[in-house]
Design a protein around this ligand. Sequence first.
Ligand SMILES: Nc1ncnc2c1ncn2[C@@H]1O[C@H](COP(=O)(O)OP(=O)(O)OP(=O)(O)O)[C@@H](O)[C@H]1O
Ligand SMILES: [Mg+2]
Length: 133
Amino acid sequence: MTTPAELPVNSNSDVVLVRQHVRTTAIDVGLSLVDQTKVVTAASELARNALVYAGGGQVRVEIVHNGIRKGLRLVFSDEGPGIPDIEQALTDGWTTGGGLGLGLSGSRRLVDEFDLKSAPGEGTLITVTKWAR
Ligand SMILES: Nc1ncnc2c1ncn2[C@@H]1O[C@H](COP(=O)(O)OP(=O)(O)OP(=O)(O)O)[C@@H](O)[C@H]1O
Ligand SMILES: [Mg+2]
């Protein structure tokens, strides 16, 4: 088991590798099958956003501890255009790309902790954590 890992998100095949690595790490952490799928889905949406809106980025995958609890943390970063209005971007159905506008809002619901930092011209940093129960 090699964590933490820093994975590139520069192509569709990178997104596949991110999904696979997140799944494997989620199993290592002891997440239930349902929670594995939730965090893999969130990872997929966030990776796709980095690819589509920022032209690429990277994700750090790490195992974290809180007392005896173990969790899986993903830190997505990109140096793209950034998000001018974060609240708006987190609204169900809001999109600038002709998508469903559910990637960010859905991802937030699928994890236990969600933090989005972004500003125009300064890229985007999204940290999500899923705790094992
Ligand atoms: N990494 C990013 N950099 C810049 N803008 C972003 C980034 N991620 C999301 N956004 C902006 O936030 C909006 C909402 O993202 P979200 O993933 O919720 O919806 P979407 O990608 O448009 O559609 P989908 O439901 O297919 O994911 C995007 O349309 C885009 O404007
Ligand atoms: Mg999206």
